[in-house]
Design a protein around this ligand. Sequence first.
Ligand SMILES: [Zn+2]
Length: 562
Amino acid sequence: MAFDRYLRHPDLTDALHALVEQRPDLFSIASIGRSHEGRDVWLVTATRVATGAAEDKPAVWVDGNIHATEVAASMACLWFLQTLARDDGVDADVTRALDTRVFFVCPRINPDGAELALADTPRWIRSSTRPYPYDEAPIGGLRRHDIDGDGRVLTMRVRDPDGPWKVSDRDARLLVRRDPAETGGEYFRLLPEGTIDDFDGATIRLQTTREQLDLNRNFPSHWRQEHEQFGAGPYPASEPEVRAVVDFVAAHPNICCGVAFHTYSGVLLRPFSHSADDEMAVEDLRTYQTIGEKGTALTGYPAISVFHEFRYHPKDVITGSFDDWLYDHRGAFAWTVEIWSPQREAGIGDYKYIDWYRTHPVDDDLKLLAWNDTVLEGRGFVPWRPFVHPQLGEVEIGGWDALFTWSNPPPALLAREVDRFPRWLVWQALITPRLEVHTTQVTRLSPDTWQLRVVLRNSGWLPTYVTKLALKNKLVRGVIAELTLPDGVTLVQGDARHDAGQLEGRAYKPGTASAWAAWGGDVTDERVKIEWIVRGAAGACIDVTARHERAGCVRLALELTA
Ligand SMILES: [Zn+2]
């Protein structure tokens, strides 16, 4: 499909099913749960069916659109799936990733919220449509909605001697701060487009929506109650959309890495959200930094810690988010990717994410307006136009079209923006641990006694346990090697089921081949040797299965022959 529009849920459903129909050799689709309003939460499994089952391969999780208005996140997932189909057999990395790994892609965790954002007359809510914490209608206040019938919820500017803003002398569209001591000019108050319930003629407050949940605060890791973490829900994973994801991920220990797509800011975010990097295992932090550096090189987005550089308030932290949960409780390397940066598009280089909204130079606003006038051909910023408000009288309505300029890329720029990510996702798959057979050997010790030797290896960059946290918190067990003996063959020595432990990868090798690196030596700690002695007649065949929850599964048959 052409990537020049955002898909409502029925259209996204059709697009996903069409992909699966075109490439049943690569894709399958299942509903992992139903939303509050009963819509399917779709999950596409992407791997080459011919090279083995999804459960037998290391996996990367990819999701999007847990927040209602962040619809570009769903499109990034769809674009990724289309890229896999397009580049399979053409691009060596994509082909190898599909041969040896699996992607679990959940494009729209929150279909109910996305339907509101994509409605003809959109409504903005944070996340799920389930009323929370109260079911009744809210009491009084300014209710955001489209009052001039143009299908957008914009901004009202209202003349008011107590307003904090005045028109800039550099661009009449732009409002700037009034000097603290200034008086006697024409000043404005900015309010969301809407009408005021129970207006008393003097005071205005904003009406809270009935839908106060934030599904990305409802995950179990460091979940906190409402008074500490707004929108977290009544208990961890209380919401059906989050429960569906948690159940699926918990049932798939092969998930080694994960990316949750959100909008916006143009940044790759990693745990922790709630504590400093000092609290993270050093090896995990360094690995996170390596994955982030690759991400920056491939996507153009900086990679940062939420705690250190992406705080909504300098004294507050957030908890209960997906990426923290996937790292903290599941021991996988998880990221939140905030797609799209209007500031960077407008040529504002090194801007400070959330802090930028508190204060920034007026030049930045002028750059954004210039970008609107040229690149966006005026479609981003709606000129102020007079409107007679039923309660406030003469006002003006206009300003930025936030949904498709700020919260999401304009449709014309969508494909270019989501094309940043597929190569990084594929690279993440290719660094996961992968169990393979190094060598096998059958040695005849006596006419009917045989020694079987199997050497396994981890060919991946990450160790089989993936994170030190997973090891420390006992989230992964070792390679389990299992013999299946045919009739007439008996085990003399060794365990029929054997725990062969963890295999290292190359992730912790030093960055340079110095004398110190050589002193440490590149020992073969990515290999393990397993031996058994069996008794049986020549020609018998013994099946060996070796499985690691994360690194995959190998199956081989050893024939008793000299
Ligand atoms: Zn978000």
